[in-house]
Design a binder for this molecule. Structure first.
Ligand code: PGA
Length: 254
């Protein structure tokens, strides 16, 4: 059975002191919940402060991005090994990075390879745009994203995939549980094609896009959905704790 995974993507929110406050507010509540893997992904500059606060707790740490080169003249970038001391996870290929920072499948692929090289566990984001969804191209887009992102990558045991339909991110317009389940089942099927059925069955595939405490159960109760990548709602301690709690309860009921 795949262990549910709930990650909070704080995006470009919180100053260092706000990040520290937020994770302090979450710590006790999250620690009381068993059977779910939980992670928070604060901005780079807050990683160290958050790491100190979650030391010894069940909360894990992720970054929101990395650069694929190890070091050198790449002003403003953060390398894999700068993160691997502090973080366990790294979000790669988020649609906001693809959309605003021009990240292509090739770049995403290099970033995944770089993360795996230093032992960081990538959370690879895939998902279609509204117009692609409306034109019935969701599956085609996802196959292409999976193929390009995972090209030449052999070891995928540490990889998590997040299905995030772009039209559902930050819009308050979440997909339905069934829609998300169907696409995630399709993703798993394609992972099996790229690798094998065993790997596909072990791989956790999350849903992301306007998940909150009120709609989380709809997604988390679906058989193919192994957790959530939560944006906006992860900036409120009580909302995030509630989502993790629901994941735990649903798992226990299985
Ligand atoms: P949202 O963001 O929950 O605010 O829609 C999710 C994400 O982009 O990871």
């Amino acid at each position: 059975m795949r262990i549910p995974f709930i990650a909070g993507n704080w995006k470009m929110n919180t100053t260092v002191s706000e990040a520290a406050e937020l994770v302090k507010e979450m710590r006790q509540g999250l620690d009381a919940i068993a059977g779910v893997e939980k992670a928070v992904c604060p901005p780079f500059i807050s990683l160290e402060a958050v790491r100190r606060i979650i030391e010894g707790s069940s909360i894990k740490l992720g970054a929101q991005n990395l650069y694929f080169e190890e070091k050198g003249a790449y002003t403003g970038e953060i390398s894999p090994s700068m993160l691997s001391d502090t973080c366990e996870f790294v979000i790669i290929g988020h649609s906001e990075r693809r959309q605003y920072f021009g990240e292509t499948g090739k770049v995403v692929n290099k970033k995944i390879q770089a993360a795996l090289r230093v032992g960081l566990k990538p959370i690879l984001c895939v998902g279609e745009k509204l117009e692609e969804n409306e034109a019935g191209r969701t599956e085609k887009v996802i196959v292409e994203q999976l193929r390009s992102s995972l090209f030449g990558i052999g070891a995928v045991d540490d990889l998590i995939i997040a299905y995030e339909p772009i039209w559902a991110i930050g819009t308050g317009r979440a997909a339905t549980g069934e829609q998300a389940n169907e696409t995630i089942s399709f993703i798993r099927h394609n992972v099996a094609k790229l690798y094998d059925e065993d790997i596909a069955q072990r791989m956790r595939v999350l849903y992301g896009g306007s998940v909150n405490a009120a709609n989380a159960a709809e997604f988390l109760s679906q058989p193919e959905i192994d957790g959530a990548l939560v944006g906006g709602a992860s900036l409120k301690a009580s909302e995030f704790i509630s989502i993790v709690k629901q994941a735990s309860e649903i798992r226990q009921a299985r």
